[in-house]
Design a protein around this ligand. Structure first.
Ligand code: ADP
Length: 490
């Protein structure tokens, strides 16, 4: 064991920048968090000020160390996890962004994506990148910036511009512009990275008209990329772990062997299953992506996202006004024995995986005179579980294996009724760990593995602690009958 005591994880999310100090047991010592501005220049457009992202991240980094009462020299290394796909381009000489960052949610390149589909590029892109053509990913955002920011193409052609996802942008700033890298998990979300050959794909770069000179070097998810500038903190602290947020959560949940999966229940639900060293090409509308590369071994994953998860509870609270707090939902739902035949399909912003229907809208079915607010709330909670079940079934169909256990995290997993129903419908155990900050923890683990703070994956896996396990209790016929009703409702 190293003489340093902590790993500092930087968790750069969509709405806030956070820094979390973890000790050698993987327990949280200190947390610091700052929100930043969301910028909506037009309907469907979402931007962040990249400078503000860096400033808030630097502030929480320093504040977290200060509030812990520890010295920077007690920090072994830094791990980074980040909102994925969000795109920054900056000038290598001045270090200044040429434009606001274009956020993953931004739809401005949707019509260009339609053109790519119409030109028959879907199969090529899925084969090389594991992704479906969508505005979500970085590639078309890079093209947009180069095409629309005055003088950008010329500067790019002269080699003066740098592109990065948020991890790259943070490393660049942490190292005072010395290091321009990303990791394979972030690269795999750009739609220009070949996940089989593990390199930027020349054919796709040409298709999207992106000069290779702007690209970061792609590295593994766990190695020393550089050291934090002494002007930020003293101690020559290594930066030694990087992974996109969902991949980092998969690692933090220690889903490190084939077939293990996690689901994060926040605003939406984000599922990922480790498929080992093989790319599994989905025939059920899931994405294939790189989970991480550690010790020279690349792991892949299948991914599926549900757009409206916990957000359905927010809608009951803010839209319908039948809930005061999200956390009241469990007690009220328990007032009734079951959903009373009510099914709620919360396609409030379309349906995500595996349905992918951007035009679908929500519906509530099966209302009778006996239906009350508790039935409706129960149906909403259950809708989260049915949607997750649909993604798990798609993963099982793609891999040909059935899931042994689903590890869960995110803000909504304090709801036991939700997790019990999830286990019942899935016919699989659902496991809630003691540490729910799995995203930051994953980055910490990746960083600490690279420096020897932790000796092996096995040592880390031994730290994963169970808070509560939910066994599937419902009888199989009943679960199947319920699921059939849900399918009909969808
Ligand atoms: P995000 O990171 O996406 O902002 P969080 O992980 O903080 O989300 O989770 C917040 C979401 O969880 C909200 O949509 C909220 O409605 C939902 N939520 C919080 N507590 C509960 C609960 N007890 N039961 C069901 N949903 C909940």
């Amino acid at each position: 064991m190293s003489s340093t005591k902590y790993i500092l994880a930087l968790d750069q999310g969509t709405t806030s920048s956070r820094a979390i100090l973890f000790d050698h047991k993987g327990a949280i010592k200190q947390v610091s968090q700052k929100e930043f501005k969301q910028i909506y220049p037009r309907p469907g457009w979402v931007e962040h000020d990249a400078n503000e992202i860096w400033q808030t991240q630097e502030q929480v980094l320093k504040e977290c160390i200060k509030n812990s009462g520890e010295d920077a020299s007690s920090i072994n290394s830094i791990g980074i996890t980040n909102q994925r796909e969000t795109t920054v381009i900056w000038n290598r000489e001045t270090g200044k962004p040429i434009h606001n960052a274009i956020v993953w949610q931004d739809r401005r390149t949707a019509s260009y994506c339609d053109e790519l589909k119409a030109a028959g590029k879907a199969e090529l892109i899925q084969n090389k990148t594991g992704l479906v053509i969508d505005a979500y990913f970085s590639g078309t955002k890079i093209k947009w910036l180069l095409d629309h920011v005055e003088g950008a193409r010329e500067l790019a052609n002269e080699g003066k511009l740098a592109f990065g996802t948020i991890d790259s942008w943070l490393v660049w700033n942490l190292t005072d512009g010395k290091v321009h890298v990303t990791d394979v998990s972030n690269a795999s979300r750009t739609m220009i990275y070949n996940i089989r050959d593990l390199k930027w794909d020349e054919e796709l770069l040409e298709l999207l008209d992106i000069p290779a000179s702007v690209l970061p070097e792609v590295r593994s998810s766990s190695e020393v990329y550089g050291h934090v500038s002494e002007s930020i903190i003293s101690g020559n602290t290594p930066i030694s772990g990087i992974a996109g947020d969902q991949q980092s959560a998969l690692f933090g949940q220690m889903c490190t062997s084939v077939g293990m999966a996690k689901s994060t229940y926040g605003t939406g639900c984000f599922l990922m299953m480790n498929t080992g060293e093989e790319v599994v090409t989905s025939t059920n509308n899931l994405l294939s992506t790189i989970a991480w590369q550690v010790n020279g071994v690349t792991h892949y994953a299948l991914e599926g996202s549900v757009f409206v998860g916990g957000a359905v509870i927010q809608w009951l609270r803010d839209g319908l006004g039948i809930l005061e707090k999200a956390s009241d939902s469990e007690a009220i739902a328990k007032e009734v024995e079951d959903n009373g035949g009510v099914y709620f399909v919360p396609a409030l912003t379309g349906l995500g995986a595996p349905h992918w229907d951007a035009y679908a809208r929500g519906t509530i079915l099966g209302i009778t005179r006996g239906t009350n607010k508790a039935h409706l709330i129960r149906a909403a909670i259950e809708s989260i579980c049915y949607q997750v079940n649909d993604v798990v079934k798609a993963m099982e169909a793609d891999t040909g294996e059935s899931l042994a256990e689903l590890r869960v995290d995110g803000g909504a997993v304090t709801n036991d009724l939700l997790l019990q129903f999830q286990a019942d419908i899935l016919r699989t155990n659902v496991a809630r760990p003691t540490i729910l900050e799995t995203t930051a923890l994953g980055a910490a683990y990746l960083a600490g593995l690279a420096t020897g703070f932790w000796s092996s994956m096995e040592e880390i896996a031994g730290q994963w602690g169970l808070d509560k396990k939910f066994d599937s209790e419902m009888d199989a016929d009943k679960a199947e009958a319920y699921t059939k009703e849900w399918d009909k409702a969808v």
